[in-house]
Ligand binder design. Structure first.
Ligand SMILES: Nc1ncnc2c1ncn2[C@@H]1O[C@H](COP(=O)(O)OP(=O)(O)OP(=O)(O)O)[C@@H](O)[C@H]1O
Ligand SMILES: [Mg+2]
Length: 376
């Protein structure tokens, strides 16, 4: 999950990274009062979870409180790359001497983190990175060692940042660790004409898998754009909507991914990814089925389960119970294999629901589900 700039700013502040004074509002009148509190002038900044706000007209300097009100009125309601601006942050303007870029980002291929830094930060950083990659330093960070002062010194030197940024580099790493972030970025980190180092803009992406211990941001979770994805997220399901017609439910992300491939290999298109996880209970199965069936594009549903810790008979019981609460509006093909598969199949045979068919192999199940979808 991406945080808003003002949330990132708050985290920076809590971890001792110097930031300009700032306040957030959704009202132009209040913007005027805030500008007054900040000393008259203010930078009015659209709060949207996307970059390039400045270039889109979402970051403007207001010379006095009246101008701040006017500017806030202009920016509020603006559309920036499909994001509507509901709030603005007013920040105290600082006298910028130099703008730098710094970030830590998870590097999955390397199994570690990467520090990316440049002495040429600001709104053109993407251009700099593309046209002169040598101006952007990339320094691997061992997650076990983290960013010590020595490491921060190494990063600063590689990027040509002044020694005054080292403390911020160390603290920024602490933000990443303490907040379970996959990315922390400051652009620009500036040196002011008075020689202070300040973070003027921040982007933080939190690891959704750590959400259970980062409850603070829970209420602010952006609703997924797709209504079915939103409904699934509300039920805690691992669901991604795709654009096909065969609904897919499985246990384990790897199995579900291969099921999508096999469905595609049968000439059909999967309608979704849904991993009901290891401990697939009746409740989860019912929730999953109802989300998948609610997709009007779905013509058939394939349940592909490999029994492990949760045995197939428990999953089959789950399906039977789910059929009590969910009206099966489309044909369901079930393939059970692995732990207690025979018992699981027997459970479904006993239930003998007219809409449920069983298949013994993954290929066979996918073929049948694809065929049912085509025939529908
Ligand atoms: N408090 C401030 N005082 C003075 N100038 C500022 C301030 N905040 C931002 N700026 C200027 O505005 C530019 C754009 O601001 P900011 O980086 O916050 O917006 P952005 O367009 O979203 O950036 P990004 O390119 O990272 O998406 C900064 O590079 C800086 O030059
Ligand atoms: Mg920026």
């Amino acid at each position: 999950m991406d945080l808003y700039e003002h949330q990132a700013r708050q985290l920076f502040e809590e971890h001792g990274i110097p930031v300009p004074r700032a306040e957030v509002t959704d009202s132009p009148k209040e913007a005027r009062a805030i500008a007054r509190r900040l000393g008259g002038r203010a930078v009015v900044k659209a709060q949207v979870r996307t970059g390039g706000r400045g270039k889109a007209g979402g970051v403007k300097l207001a010379a006095d409180p009246a101008a701040a009100e006017l500017t806030a009125r202009q920016i509020l309601g603006m559309d920036i790359k499909g994001h509507r601006v509901d709030t603005v942050m007013l920040a105290q303007p600082v006298d910028i001497d130099t703008e730098y870029y710094v970030s830590y980002v998870l590097d999955r291929t390397a199994g570690g983190f990467l520090a990316i830094a440049s002495a040429e930060g600001g709104t053109d950083i993407e251009e700099v990175a593309a046209s002169r990659p040598e101006a952007v330093a990339r320094v691997p960070v061992d997650p076990a060692e983290g960013v010590t002062s020595a490491k921060a010194g190494e990063i600063a030197e590689a990027a040509g940042l002044p020694p005054g940024t080292v403390d911020t580099l160390v603290r920024l790493w602490r933000v990443l660790v303490a907040e379970d972030a996959l990315l922390v970025e400051v652009n620009p980190l500036v040196r002011t004409r008075q020689g202070r180092v300040l973070a003027l803009d921040g982007k933080v992406t939190l690891d959704d898998n750590a959400r259970f211990r980062q409850e603070r941001w829970g209420a602010d979770t952006p609703a997924p754009g797709d209504p079915l994805e939103a409904a699934a997220a509300a039920k805690g399901l691992n669901y991604v909507r795709l654009d096909g017609e065969v609904g897919v439910i499985g246990n384990g992300a790897g199995l579900v991914m291969s099921t999508l491939d096999v469905v595609a290999g049968c000439g059909a298109r999967p309608a979704n990814f849904l991993d009901i996880g290891g401990g697939a209970s009746a409740r989860v199965m019912a929730d999953g089925l109802s989300v998948v069936l609610a997709d009007p594009a779905v013509k058939s549903v394939l349940v592909n389960v490999f029994g492990g810790i949760t045995a197939c008979d428990a999953v089959a019981e789950g399906i039977v119970q789910a059929l009590e609460s969910v009206r099966l509006t489309k044909p369901l093909v079930v393939r059970l294999d692995g732990n207690n598969a025979a018992r699981g199949r027997a459970v479904l045979d006993r239930r003998a629901h007219p809409g449920v068919e069983q298949a013994t192999t993954m290929d066979g199940a996918a073929r049948r589900a694809a065929q049912l979808a085509t025939d529908a």
